[in-house]
Design a protein around this ligand. Structure first.
Ligand SMILES: [Fe+2]
Length: 291
């Protein structure tokens, strides 16, 4: 996700991309990818939206290990016209949106170390590629990501990036979807996390609420732990349609007059799919990193 960053790192081009340098990964780094891949690929089939499983094939390039972004882009380009480009880490908002608007997904090059297997502060190549790329094979989701980038560029002009960031957070990163009457995962932050893949669907702690664009853009989120609320979409097509049909400028103006909603709150008008106990959030450590 984008953040405010002022200095371009050494070795990055003006748009902050850089070569992936695939040949420089060590055997241990490739092995870490394989370990994470195998663990998630084994656990996800009953939990994740079928479109994700269909898209996973694009990651099975020629050999095990961290995918080569060039090979990945070649396949993606054929499917939906997307590419994967390497960046040093988080990139400034304007560039992040610009890349998405042009169907370029920016991915971190580094992979987590063994002591970070279940917790990471910055997204690594496993999160970015395993988590995000499979759904870019789906034409509707691919269009949604581009629409999001275009919306981001417009939101900058209205000073409303923080509102739109919530849309990314609660859909692209932590979204749930209804599939044939059952809840399934599709957000990259969930599907790339072993613990949250279980928590988001099975745990009684979080709220699960029907997707409502305006409500969602008022809702704060936490970056330090599992989410306290998940929003459930009906379909990718509906998510894309709502994003394209909404005139965001008046919505941003209206939201300025309304208070934010806390990450764990249920409010009037919510379509509550499950009301969370918030027991997990109450008993787990410090909970201060809210946006
Ligand atoms: Fe992400």
């Amino acid at each position: 996700m984008a953040k405010d960053l002022s200095e371009r790192p050494d070795g990055a081009a003006a748009d902050w991309t850089m070569p992936q340098d695939w040949d420089r990964y060590s055997a241990a780094e490739h092995a870490m990818w394989d370990r994470l891949f195998e663990r998630q690929a084994r656990m996800l089939p009953d939990r994740v939206v079928p479109e994700f499983i269909a898209g996973l094939d694009v990651l099975r390039i020629d050999k095990p290990g961290i995918p080569n972004f060039d090979a990945l882009s070649e396949r993606l380009m054929k499917a939906t016209g997307w590419q994967v480009v390497a960046v040093p880490g988080l990139v400034p908002d304007a560039l992040f949106f610009e890349h998405l608007a042009n169907r370029r997904f920016v991915a971190g090059r580094f992979i987590r170390s063994p002591d970070q297997i279940d917790y990471l502060q910055e997204p690594d190549v496993f999160h970015d590629v395993f988590g995000h790329v499979p759904l870019l094979v789906n034409p509707v989701f691919a269009d949604y990501m581009q629409a999001y980038g275009e919306g981001g560029l417009r939101a900058m002009r209205y000073g409303a990036i923080h509102r739109l960031a919530r849309l990314y957070w609660y859909t692209v990163e932590f979204g749930l979807i209804r599939d044939a009457g059952e809840l399934k995962l599709y957000g990259a932050g969930i599907v790339s996390s072993y613990g949250e893949s279980v928590f988001a669907l099975d745990d009684p702690s979080p709220n699960r609420i029907g997707f409502d664009l305006k409500r969602l853009m008022r809702t704060r989120y936490r970056i330090d732990d599992y989410q306290q609320t998940y929003f459930v979409i009906d379909s990718f097509r509906d998510l894309l349609r709502q994003t394209l049909e909404t005139d965001f400028a008046p919505v941003y103006a209206e939201l300025e007059t309304l208070a934010d909603i806390e990450a764990d709150a249920i409010v009037a008008g919510d379509v509550v799919i499950s009301r969370g106990t918030q027991a997990y959030a109450r008993q787990s450590g410090s909970k201060t990193l809210l946006f």
